[in-house]
Each structure stands twice: as C-alpha cells, then as structure tokens.
Write a protein that binds this ligand. Structure first.
Ligand code: R1P
Ligand code: URA
Length: 238
C-alpha cells in the first residue's frame, strides 16, 4: 500500500496498461479483461487487475501530465514490482502526414518539462521506448493490418500553452503532442524496466479536426487490443 495506490503487494500484475483517464481503465477492465478486480480507488484513480486470454494484466489510470503520471509509474515499479508498462493515450497530430484516428508508437519523446533538466544539468536527455516492445507492437499490428506510425512525440507540460514551437517540432519530424510519455520513458530507464507508449490521434492541431466519440471508441479498441497483445505475448522475430 502506498500514498496513492491502496493495493496490497501481489494485487498488481507485472504488466500494466496506463491510460491517463481512470474511466478508460474501467472501460478496459470491463470490456477486455476476465475476472477484473478493482485494487485502487484512491483519488478516483482507478486500477484493476484481471486476465487477458489467461495472462495476468493490470490497468491503472495515471491522470493528466507528467507530475501525476510519474507518481503512479514510480509506485507501480518500486512498490508493486511492475516490469512492463504500456501507456495508452490520446494525442494531437502536428504534421499533415499524421491523420485523425492514426495509432502512433512513440519511439522517443521530446519535452519542455524540467524533469530531466533538473536531473542532468546542461544535458538534453533523450527518453526512448523499449526497442523490443516497439518491435513487438509493430509486428503484431502488421499481422492485424493495423497501420502504425512510429516516431518522435512531444510531451508537453501544458495542454493550453502560449508556446509556439509546434510547427518547428513538426518540421523536425515530431508526430504529435501529448503529456506523459517523456516521464514514462525516463522512469523506465531509471528503474531498468520496459516501457512503451501507444497514442491514438484524437484531434489535429493544424486543422482543428476532432474524432467523434464513436470513432474514438473504435480506434481506442484497436490500440487497447494491441497494447494487451504486446504486453502478454513474448514475440520472436520471424
Ligand atoms: O488521453 P490521455 O491518456 O489522458 O492523454 C492525453 O489527454 C490528456 C489531455 O486531454 C493528457 O493526459 C494527454 O496526454
Ligand atoms: O491536442 C492534444 C490532444 C490530446 N492530448 C494532448 O495533450 N493534446
């Protein structure tokens, strides 16, 4: 039991899906997991453990932004022995070659957050995803005809920001903006566990286009299934 997660040791699986929205955690538990049990309701940040085709998996809401997500990620790894973490989030596309409903695999994440600047004064640390999990997700998606975009994302501190660097980031290949991946990848490196961030494009920053609730649901389901498959299957390259 920690300050933010009221579970007992053993209540949480070694593999955890991390949506920002705790109600997305509930939806995943109810829709995709068997025998799901809620292990956390502290601050309404719901967490569940169940099985996916016989494999034990948990799903834990993280809240919005790196300070909130970092708390859950830290406690999951250090207090509950979590070894594989997969963020399943939404993001805003910032390039014309990225479309609404696309699913992005965050290979790496830039950030305007001070988290790493404070840790590495004078150095721009590059938070990167687990190569083997990126590989697994990519090959699993290919086998189900789900097209993924793999690349760099931008984890911003602010959702509403005066920062005008999005066009420049886009020019340098950054696909989309969201608010947690840089912290997830940094903590995974620090504590020597594996992490992956999958993101569904929920809106387009350049065009103002947005997904309808129904579209979000369908695309989320594809991303969630990919996350569950990636978390639970050991993958061998052909
Ligand atoms: O849908 P989630 O996972 O919350 O992710 C995105 O949505 C929130 C902003 O609306 C931020 O947390 C951002 O990263
Ligand atoms: O534009 C967006 C969409 C989702 N999440 C973000 O952080 N930004």
């Amino acid at each position: 039991m920690t300050v933010h997660i009221e579970a007992q040791l053993g209540d949480i699986a070694e593999k955890v899906l991390l949506p920002g929205d705790p109600l997305r955690a509930k939806y995943i538990a109810e829709t995709f997991l068997e025998d799901a049990v809620c292990y956390n309701n502290v601050r309404g940040m719901l967490g569940f453990t169940g099985t996916y085709y016989g494999h034990r998996v948990s799903v834990q809401g993280t809240g919005m932004g790196m300070p909130s997500a970092s708390i859950y990620i830290h406690e999951l790894i250090n207090n509950f022995g979590v070894k594989k973490l997969i963020r399943i989030g939404t993001c805003g596309a910032i390039r014309t070659d990225v479309n609404i409903r696309d699913v992005i695999v965050a290979q790496a994440a830039c950030t305007d957050s001070g988290i790493n600047r404070n840790t590495f004064p004078g150095i721009d640390y590059a938070p990167i995803g687990s190569f083997s999990m990126i590989q697994q997700a990519y090959h699993l998606a290919k086998s189900t005809n789900l097209t993924l975009k793999v690349g760099n994302v931008y984890s911003a501190d602010l959702f509403y920001s005066d920062n005008d660097s999005l066009p420049k980031l886009a020019r340098y290949g950054v696909l989309a903006v969201e608010m947690e991946t840089a912290a997830l990848y940094t903590l995974a490196a620090k504590f020597e566990v594996e992490a992956l961030s999958l993101l569904t494009v929920s809106d387009h920053v350049l065009t103002g286009e947005q997904t309808s609730p129904q579209e979000r649901q369908t695309t989320f389901n594809e991303m969630i299934q990919l996350a569950l498959e990636t978390a639970t299957h050991e993958f061998t390259l052909p």
